[in-house]
Design a protein around this ligand. Sequence first.
Ligand code: GLN
Length: 545
Amino acid sequence: MPKHIFVTGGVASSLGKGLTASSLGRLLKARGLRVTLQKLDPYINVDPGTMNPYEHGEVFVTDDGGETDLDLGHYERFIDENLSRNSNATTGSIYQAVLAAERRGDYLGKTVQVIPHITDEIKRRIARLATDDVDVVITEVGGTVGDIEILPFLEAIRQYRKDAGRDNVCYVHVTLVPFIGPSGEQKTKPTQHSVTELRSRGIQPDLIVCRSEEPLSDELRNKISNLCDVDERAVVNAADARNIYELPLIFHDEGLDDVVCEVLRLESHDVDLSSWERVVRRVEDATEPVRIGLIGKYVQLADAYLSVVESLKHAGFHHGAEVEIVWIQAEDVEGLLAADRLAHLDGIVIPGGFGARGVEGKIAAARYAREEGVPCLGLCLGLQAMTIEFARNVLGLAGANSTEFDPTTRHPVIDLMIDQRSITDKGGTMRLGAYYAVLTPGTKVSEAYGEPVVSERHRHRYEFNSNYRARVEEAGLVCSGTSPDKRLVEFVELADHPFWVATQAHPEFKSRPDRPHPLFRELVAAALDRRRADAPTPDPVPASS
Ligand code: GLN
């Protein structure tokens, strides 16, 4: 029977529970255990698909088309496995299932209540991941202990230990040990309060992960151990790290996986972290600067583009380069300002997005990149913006647009290819999840991937309008990949440009720290070439001084 680890958080949000769960997953995997992860989110949306990225950051898409929390992206990048929609459940989806069962009469006339019906449904979600092919299920509970919405989840995970057996469940609580400036001290009180709150729900943590700016002293570790009634070894410290990929190594040094395995009486191999150590070494060696502009709509919140940012970093690791991301508000790139805003960049990414705001800026950036030979990668809406740009400025189709932004455009080069007009439900109604594409031999895209057929994740409604395909191809835009039935254009590029490539998919969801996605890898390669070519030749060093 699989073992369960529940990760909760206290004191503040954004403490890195997701990264703690991911790192632990990596460590257990490095011990030869088969691991899966899931996130329980206490908010009421059925999934994050309908939320503005400013609310909860990027929506991460799984192969099976789940629109999920961005922590699933961390999970996949750290444990290097593809997860499914089952790895994310929200209060909304849990109530939806319970209410549907109630309408069907499944509860046989009973009063339907939070306990046991909602809590049972939560436990069912947890249990469905505990299949024969996993040894450990790590479940991260979103939100913070003390929130009103989290209570049914805490009750469900409390019951889980009773149901599954004491040795089969481990509770990890992540808290903050703040540094209070005036007294010049780190403070344990918030951690004590948070653990008290957790205990009042019947859960005694087995381990406490303390986040702090500076390393925790032995004295504080001892204090937390005494006051919170956990072993001193089970007080694990994660001081701020230079980069997130270091975390598994830090946690291992702190003994996190050792203590977890003891609590769960898990027999495992010795830990083999050599492949992850290689990742971290690469990260540390990635120092050559390269500057990539991200022309986005939600640039005030980096999490809105989390997977794009990580993919750029991964590509940098591969090339020994440290990618500096320049956040550029799309609206600021419109019109004559484009050149001023973009001149200092070595490369450009035009990411996905919805709605008209900022689209003209993305189109202007695509034009600048095309005309100035700046490497440019378009993702989803990025492909649409680049196609519109090409249609308007190369093909001369004035007013060409997507019907998403101009429903009456004379030249709908981007349009709905399947009729979505009758769909009124906004949730889960896009082209979602993994689709195959067949690549055109000899193109940059096909060379980057090095395979004839690829699978990428999608999340969009609009498509390249194939009625315009012959015309744009004649004018020089290469369709470098299509759906297997050839109806949908999946990739476009320019032949006579260092790198002006776009995809209708979201390749950023598949990049891994040790395996950068080919399109990001090639974008950064082209950006580095440009930078090196532009770099002034250093003055010769005098032979003697
Ligand atoms: N808004 C566009 C569409 O729906 C692009 C979506 C995206 O970039 N994810 O097709």
